[in-house]
Write a protein that binds this ligand. Structure first.
Ligand SMILES: [Zn+2]
Length: 67
């Protein structure tokens, strides 16, 4: 299993496709990335499934954070 992944996701706010770099060597991660197109925060939740050597990425918009 390699440690570095680049995943293409689509922004939950505007649908813009962005690439995110994932580092699986640090274990599960939960962080925010700003969309390059609409500047809204995208909530990324990365879960590493060691049993199946899989990396799961959940993307959501955190709708309660409205500025
Ligand atoms: Zn966007």
């Amino acid at each position: 299993m390699k440690d570095q992944y680049t995943q293409r996701i689509s922004c939950p706010h505007c649908g813009h496709h962005i690439h995110v770099a994932l580092d699986a060597s640090d274990g599960d991660q939960d962080y925010y990335e700003d969309c390059a197109a609409c500047c809204n925060p995208i909530h990324l939740n990365m879960h590493i499934d060691y049993a199946h050597n899989k990396l799961e990425l959940h993307v959501d918009s955190d709708d309660e954070q409205i500025f």
